[in-house]
Design a protein around this ligand. Structure first.
Ligand code: NAD
Length: 334
């Protein structure tokens, strides 16, 4: 059993903690919080660790604490760092390297934080036995999954526009907004180079805008292939790949809002959609050109990748076995 802890219990951390606690080959040592709030009360069920010297502040509010964040790291074989952008690099230098534990970082960190940037179905093997791995961002994960599944058909160029959610649902400080914001203002955006940290030889250029929604991102993808392809081949490659689903508008899936509603109705915890959702009606082929649109649930798609990264870093299973185990534990569609 690999002993795993989660440092940073926010949007991604709480989901990753839930996912780790469902794995039979991993034990969740605990999670960390820095402020004694309602979310800390929730974190108690996993075993709560707090900054050294702050224990009393939590206990005075009736929140029980197992120890300091340093204690949590010392008791772990691996830490999944889910702290905000930039903090992961500091934690690597000040905590994980010092205490000699492996660590997984998230997509807000620069690629240099780790030996490998990771998307399970694309480069699981590269993470085997590594000490530091970065699970790439929600957008990069989404693009790497679909583009990686189509690469065997021969992609010459990928050109993508990312229409990004302005904030996560909980982030009241970032709203309200009423604008469409080129973000970043310059093109191309950083997402293309980030996809290349995983799919190294892909010719990809991306642009991005932020829109007033909190629930999902949407990508419009245009590909030039090396040779003419058939629509059926595109569909079957997408269907056969893990963690990608296709939905059609005549069955009522016409927007990100319908998707979120459906997955809430299905009883997925927090309405999470771990899969990348391709709108099937948008898949079209003109000679060597391929077009499609996909939706990415930013709060959820990276969660199964964190679980697979743990298995790869301890060589607990091969790629297919790990993806299947993770997917079954989270109820991900096959
Ligand atoms: P968040 O702000 O929701 O959560 C971060 C948590 O870490 C907060 O609870 C914060 O209090 C805590 N924290 C801050 N400093 C800490 C420290 N020194 N030690 C322990 N805990 C500390 O952030 P998030 O959205 O979960 O993002 C975490 C990482 O995941 C970032 O790298 C981000 O880029 C990446 N990511 C975010 C999303 C998303 O849509 N939210 C998607 C994919 C990847």
């Amino acid at each position: 059993m690999v002993k795993v802890s989660v440092n940073g219990f926010g949007t991604i951390g709480k989901r990753v903690a839930d996912a780790i606690s469902k794995q039979r080959d991993m034990t969740l040592v605990g999670v960390s919080k820095t402020t004694p709030d309602y979310f800390s009360r929730m974190a108690q069920e996993f075993g709560l660790y707090v900054p050294r010297g702050k224990e009393r502040e939590f206990e005075d509010r009736g929140i029980s604490v197992e120890g300091s964040i340093e204690d949590m790291v010392e008791n772990s074989d691996l830490v999944i760092d889910c702290t905000p952008e930039g903090q992961g690099m500091r934690n690597k230098e000040e905590l994980y390297e010092k205490l000699g534990v492996k660590a997984i970082f998230q997509g807000g960190e620069k690629a240099e934080v780790a030996q490998v940037s990771f998307v399970a179905q694309c480069n699981y093997e590269e993470a085997i036995d590594k000490d530091f791995v970065r699970v790439v961002s929600c957008n990069t994960t989404g693009l790497a999954r679909t583009l990686g599944s189509l690469q065997p058909l021969g992609i010459k160029k990928a050109r993508v526009t990312l229409i990004r959610r302005a904030a996560d649902p909980k982030e009241h400080r970032k709203g309200p907004i009423n604008a469409i914001v080129p973000d970043p203002p310059r093109t191309p955006s950083h997402h293309g180079p980030d996809v290349r940290t995983v799919l190294k030889d892909l010719d990809i250029v991306t642009m991005a805008v932020k829109v007033p929604t909190t629930i999902m991102h949407l990508h419009t993808v245009m590909l030039e292939m090396n040779e003419e392809v058939k629509r059926d081949d595109i569909i079957s490659h997408l269907e056969d790949a893990p963690r990608i689903i296709l939905v059609s508008s005549d069955m009522g899936m016409k927007s990100t809002a319908s998707l979120i509603e459906y997955f809430r109705d299905l009883g997925r915890k927090r309405g999470d959609i771990y899969e990348i959702v391709v709108f099937e009606d948008s898949v079209s082929v003109e000679g060597r050109e391929v077009y499609y649109m996909q939706a990415v649930h930013q709060e959820a798609d990276v969660v199964p990748e964190n679980v697979d990264a743990v298995r790869a870093m301890f060589d607990l299973a091969d790629k297919d076995e790990s993806i299947e185990t993770t997917d079954k534990s989270l109820g991900i569609w096959r």
